[in-house]
Structures are given as C-alpha cells and as structure tokens.
Design a binder for this molecule. Structure first.
Ligand SMILES: Cc1cc2nc3c(=O)[nH]c(=O)nc-3n(C[C@H](O)[C@H](O)[C@H](O)COP(=O)(O)OP(=O)(O)OC[C@H]3O[C@@H](n4cnc5c(N)ncnc54)[C@H](O)[C@@H]3O)c2cc1C
Ligand code: FES
Ligand code: FES
Length: 490
C-alpha cells in the first residue's frame, strides 16, 4: 500500500502525502506550487483557461492530452507527467506555438492565452500531420477567448503545426516515458485515514474490498461531474475512491459482435471505435464537451451519473447495450435502459459499481441514426438527444429501438412509438404517422432553461421523422446542413 500520490510536474518528480481528498489540481498548482501561469476562469470546465497537459503511458507510448485543471483532482495526477504553461519556454526560447501566437497577434488581454497555448501544445506534440483547420477548431472548442477573436489563433496553430514536432519535448519523450514507467509500481494507493481519504486501488479485487469497507465513499472516474460538485456545489467530499488505476476498467475490447467499453475508457479513447461503428456516433463524440472534457470524462461516468441529458445513454440504449455491474467479485448484467429508474435514481446497490458496457455492432439489416440538438454547436449539453435503430425486412420496419435524452427524468425508450412503427414501409411516409403521434404517449417533457416542453416534443417528433427520411433514402434524405467548413467559400 502506497501512502503518497506520485507524479512528475514540469520534469520534476513530486510526492504528495498530505492533502484534502477534494483538493483540485488548479488550487494545488496555484496555491501550493505558486505556478501562476495556469489561470482560473469559470471553474467548471467550460472556458479552458486552466488547461494543462497530462501525459500518460498508453500501451507503452507516452500520450499528452489537455485537461481542465479546475475540475481535475490532485490525486488523479498519480502516475502522470504533468506539463504546465510555466515550463514551455526553454532557456529563453519560446515553444513553437507560443512563437506563432506572438507572430500572429493571437493574444490581447492574455487571460485565455495560457490555456489556448496548452491546448495547442498537445495538438503540436500529438497530432498526425498534416494538421488541418477542422483539427485546429476541434482542438480549440474548449477554449474561450473574449477579445482576440479566433482567426489569428487558428492561423497561429496552423503555422505552428505545419511541420512535425522537433521540440525539446519531442526529443525528451523516451526519457519521460521511462521516468513514468518507474512510477508505475502497481501498488494500491491510500492517502489519509479511514474517515477522510483519497484512495486509488490498483485491481478489481482491491476496489471490491474498498467499496465494501466504504460504501459511502464517492467513486471518482474523470471528475468532469464530480469536480463541479466541489467547485460549484462546494461539497466537502471526505472519502474518494478513484478508479483510474484499475487497469481492467480501462479497456476497450472487440469480439467481432460487440464492443465492450470498460467503465474507465475515456471519451477520447471511445471516439474512434464508436465512429467506426457508425458515423453519427463519431459526430456525437466530436461534439461531446471539448477535447479537455473527452480526455478526462469516461463512458462509465456518463452512464453512472444517471443524467437525463447525458449523450451516450440514448445512443447506447438504441444500440441494445448491456451494462455490467460488479460487487464483491460478483457481476450482474442488465439492459442499459433498466439501469435508469427515476430522476437521478439508478439500479445500483450499495458497494456496486459500473464495470463495463457491451455494445452490439449493427447487423446488415439494421439502420442507425442519432442526433444531438443543442443551442451551440460545440461544448454544449443536449436539449434533446434522439437515437434510432431500425431492423429492416427489405423496405419494412420489422423492429425498432428508439431512445431519447432530455424528454423525461431519465434517458428512456419510446416504447409506444417503437410498437407503432412495426410494419411501417420506408416508401410510405403516411405509415410513419402513428409512430410520430405515439411519441406524445411516451413522453411528457418539461420546460427548463435549455428548452420548453413544446419545443422538446416537436424536436423529438422531427428527429424520428428525419431518421426515417434519411434511412428511406432518395432526394428527401438531404436533411443535413453542411458544417461551416464544408460550405463553399463565398
Ligand atoms: C464542460 C463540460 C462539458 C460537458 N459536456 C457534456 C456533453 O456534451 N455530453 C454529456 O453527456 N456530458 C457532458 N458533460 C458531463 C460529463 O462530462 C459526462 O457526464 C462524463 O461522461 C462524466 O464522466 P466522468 O468520468 O467525468 O465522471 P465523474 O465525474 O468522475 O463521475 C460522475 C458520477 O458517476 C459516478 N461514477 C463514475 N464512474 C463510476 C463507476 N464505474 N461506477 C459507479 N459510479 C461511477 C460518480 O460517483 C459520479 O456520481 C460535460 C461536463 C463538463 C464539465
Ligand atoms: S477555469 Fe474554466 S475550464 Fe477551468
Ligand atoms: S485574449 Fe482576452 S480573452 Fe482571449
């Protein structure tokens, strides 16, 4: 059992044996280490001012990702190579992204600049070349700039990332990877005492034991929800069990018939396999939070939090996903939709945790669509999320799985609409009407600051219609607007 968190910070090995379990990484950097380059803006993962680069070993390779330090917890840095903006310049020479930001006038008041530089740093060090405009825009979706405007920043990024990285960081990679491998002792981590601790078990068995001993502890995955409980709801969480060191939970397996996502698979890692399953899932992941949120947030956390507006649950329910829960070495499988009982109430027993999700691949006669409707294109939570899988017998609908987020207190199937769609013909839109009308039986949505009840009901109906129209094919299937980058220049 190890009693201190160990990581590397700007090239130096650090150990922390005495800290509050809820201590955020940003507070540690600014207050304890006086590394003031990293800024605090929103404190809730939205603005990117606090972005730092976190490097971890993935299949032996060191990979840096941008992370929002304001909602990450200090304990989560265990085993990481942390780089802050304070350490980018070497011997007075700026990093290429810093140089380009200066040359292109990418900074005015400068408050957002450290975060933008760190997002561009990870792009510069990690992205395959060539780096195009869309890659840059996606990389910056989690960084807000109020005064400069994005054109000079995007230009700076394109200029800096034109060539592969030859920086000191690129040259130091092998040494940094070796230093991280040394930190990886495979021991369970426990900092604190039985009343107040940050723990990170290193195996499923150790996690089982800890969950049994402390069923009241908060399970922590990527902290993109839990971090806000601390910074916004000011909750004093006393006992934290972080799942980030349990290797068995951080896997994505493909047995040909289904993909199984371990609960700790991050959205960044789930992105490509989901996109390969269906392009709409790729688009969903592209618009899931930001690069920073996807780097930290996990598939398991998105399901376990029970949010009625989480993006993955409707899509995975429509695909027929099975959820695996585990407690004391025993596992229990259930259809994902059965996990959500009522608003923020899940079918999870004391000491039980989400182990993985098995998502069947689409068969040759199965058609799928999913759509996320938000006020903003990037970095926004759904007003309504609709996902549809139709089992086709030629041009007839032989079976349907329809799931929505934002329409009820839980992500839920539209069972009346599903039943009404059986036997409908793709060639006869009049035969879809019963299913469209049946949505009113399935849901009584509510009004809130994101959308009114009427708007939600209309959007849900339109999304089902759109899915049917697209799958039916023909000219009427041109239902999508080109994104700004795809539109011809005027
Ligand atoms: C800026 C921002 C943008 C966001 N954008 C989106 C978005 O576009 N779409 C969207 O759906 N969500 C979004 N979110 C919400 C959040 O990122 C997701 O819900 C994310 O998947 C949560 O995962 P996590 O690993 O960070 O969970 P955590 O915050 O670590 O945990 C969330 C909850 O799940 C529990 N938990 C975690 N893992 C397990 C487990 N294995 N077993 C049992 N319980 C567990 C925790 O105890 C906690 O109650 C956003 C959040 C932020 C801050
Ligand atoms: S301070 Fe805004 S994302 Fe962290
Ligand atoms: S330069 Fe002022 S917020 Fe970006």
């Amino acid at each position: 059992m190890r009693r201190a968190v160990r990581f590397r910070l700007n090239g130096e090995r650090v150990e922390c044996a005495d800290f509050a379990p809820r201590r955020t990484l940003l507070d540690y950097l600014r207050e304890t280490r006086r590394l003031l380059g990293t800024k605090e803006g929103c404190g809730e993962g939205d603005c990117g001012a606090c972005t730092v680069a976190v490097g971890r070993l993935r299949e032996g390779r060191l990979v840096y990702e941008p992370v929002n330090a304001c909602i990450a917890l200090l304990g989560q840095m265990d085993g990481a190579d942390l780089v802050t903006v304070d350490a980018l310049a070497r011997d007075g020479a700026l990093h290429p992204v810093q140089e380009a930001m200066v040359a292109r006038h990418g900074s005015q008041c400068g408050f957002c600049t450290p975060g933008i530089v760190m997002s561009l740093f990870t792009l510069h060090e990690e992205a395959p070349r060539p780096v195009g405009r869309r890659m840059v825009e996606d990389a910056l979706a989690g960084n807000l700039c109020r005064c400069t405007g994005y054109r000079p920043i995007v230009d700076a990024a394109l200029e800096a990332c034109a060539e592969p990285s030859h920086t000191a960081f690129a040259q130091e990679r092998p040494a940094r990877a070796a230093a991280l491998a040394e930190l990886d002792d495979g021991d369970d981590l426990f900092v604190g005492d039985e009343a107040r601790f940050f723990a990170a078990p290193a195996s499923l068995e150790a996690l089982d034991a800890l969950c049994l001993r402390h069923p009241d502890a908060t399970l922590l995955a990527g902290a993109t929800d839990v971090g806000l409980w601390i910074t916004k709801a000011l909750m004093d969480i006393e006992k934290i069990v972080w799942l980030g060191r349990v290797r068995e939970l951080d896997v994505i397996e493909d047995d040909g018939e289904a993909l199984t996502f371990g609960a700790m698979a991050s959205h960044a890692r789930a992105y490509a396999p989901l996109e390969a399953m269906h392009p709409d899932l790729g688009e969903l992941m592209r618009r899931f939070g930001s690069v920073q949120v996807r780097a930290s947030g996990t598939v398991g956390g998105n399901v376990a939090n029970g949010s009625p507006i989480g993006d993955l649950p409707p899509a995975l329910i429509a695909l027929g996903a099975q959820l695996r829960l585990r407690r004391e070495g025993e596992t229990r499988d259930l259809p994902l939709e059965d996990f959500f009982i009522a608003y923020r109430k899940q079918d999870r027993r004391e000491g039980e945790y989400v182990a993985n999700l098995r998502v069947p691949r689409l068969g040759p006669d199965e058609a799928f669509r999913c759509f996320k409707v938000t006020k903003r294109f990037d970095e926004d939570i759904s007003s309504v999320m609709g996902a549809f899988r139709f089992d086709l017998d030629g041009r007839r609908v032989a079976g349907a799985r329809i799931a929505y987020g934002g329409m009820a207190g839980v992500p839920a199937r539209a069972r009346a609409a599903e039943a009404a769609l059986i036997g409908a013909s793709l060639d006869d839109p009049a035969s879809w009407e019963r299913a469209l009308a049946a949505l009113a039986q399935d849901f009584t949505p509510m009004s809130d600051h994101r959308a009114s009840a009427d708007y939600r009901a209309l959007v849900a109906r339109n999304l089902l219609f759109k899915a049917l129209l697209e799958i039916a094919g023909g000219d009427a299937s041109q239902t999508r607007l080109p994104t700004p980058l795809e539109r011809p220049a005027i």
